[in-house]
Design a binder for this molecule. Structure first.
Ligand SMILES: Nc1ncnc2c1ncn2[C@@H]1O[C@H](COP(=O)(O)OS(=O)(=O)O)[C@@H](OP(=O)(O)O)[C@H]1O
Ligand SMILES: Nc1ncnc2c1ncn2[C@@H]1O[C@H](COP(=O)(O)OP(=O)(O)O)[C@@H](O)[C@H]1O
Length: 210
């Protein structure tokens, strides 16, 4: 514990380069590493898009890995709650992990509410050359609440969960996301259509080589 504390902020650490680099891994995998960061309200379809996209990429022979907020809160982030500082630390950690996956050459799909613009922008700043692709699930609270797949909105409305995003906690929508998934006349695109939009973007920007 003492050595951990005494190392905090220490300048006595050095970067160690290795001979096999990101470019070599990307060549091997025939793809370019990047982060697809999916943000939106609970119930907006983040996990659905992440899984459908993962499956679509897999079927094309592309290696991806999903970092899902709910899942990570069972392990890496199990010490964190939902107050603003905890959410910020949650996003910071996942941003750092996503950066490692992208450096490994994978298409890392991060799926978290990530309600604060500042925290998402800090993750964007970690990634090189526009390889942070923000996907905004612009689905109305009405639709998300009507879905209420986990019954959490009902509990939040009843005051049994405090600080629930969209009810009594803020969500700051992106101002310049690379991709926006929108409902039309109250109808959401299908999971396949949402994933197709992301795949087209990745193809167009050269992330899926071959
Ligand atoms: N107070 C509160 N607010 C929002 N969400 C809550 C809350 N309490 C529990 N949950 C459940 O936690 C999931 C969100 O976790 P995240 O790590 O994505 O959240 S955050 O990015 O740190 O805001 C979220 O999952 P999704 O529904 O998949 O978004 C909820 O199931
Ligand atoms: N495009 C869609 N069209 C119809 N239902 C959807 C769509 N995306 C997600 N759903 C449904 O909405 C609910 C919440 O989706 P989920 O992916 O778990 O959202 P989130 O991860 O944002 O909480 C699930 O029951 C899911 O099947």
């Amino acid at each position: 514990m003492n050595s951990l504390i005494s190392n905090l902020g220490s300048s006595n650490i050095f970067w160690h380069d290795c001979p096999v680099e990101k470019a070599d891994r990307q060549k091997l995998l025939k793809q370019k590493g990047c982060v697809v960061w999916i943000t939106g309200l609970s119930g907006s379809g983040k996990s659905t898009l992440a899984c459908t996209l993962g499956r679509e990429l897999h079927s094309r022979g592309k290696l991806s890995y999903i970092l899902d907020g709910d899942n990570l809160r069972h392990g890496l982030n199990k010490d964190l709650g939902f107050k603003a500082e905890d959410r910020a630390e949650n996003i910071r950690r996942v941003g750092e992990v996503a950066k490692l996956f992208a450096d490994a050459g994978l298409i890392c799909i991060a799926s978290l509410i990530s309600p604060y613009r500042k925290d998402r922008d800090a993750c964007r700043a970690l990634l090189p050359d526009a390889s942070f692709i923000e996907v905004f699930m612009n689905i109305s609270l009405e639709i998300c609440e009507a879905r209420d797949a986990k019954g959490l909105y009902r509990l939040a409305r009843a005051g049994k969960i405090k600080g629930f995003t969209g009810i009594d906690d803020p969500y700051e929508p992106p101002v310049n996301s690379e991709i926006e998934i929108k409902e039309k006349d109250g109808i959401c695109p299908t999971p396949i259509a949402m994933a197709g939009e992301v795949v087209s973007y990745l193809e167009e920007k050269g992330y899926l080589l071959d």
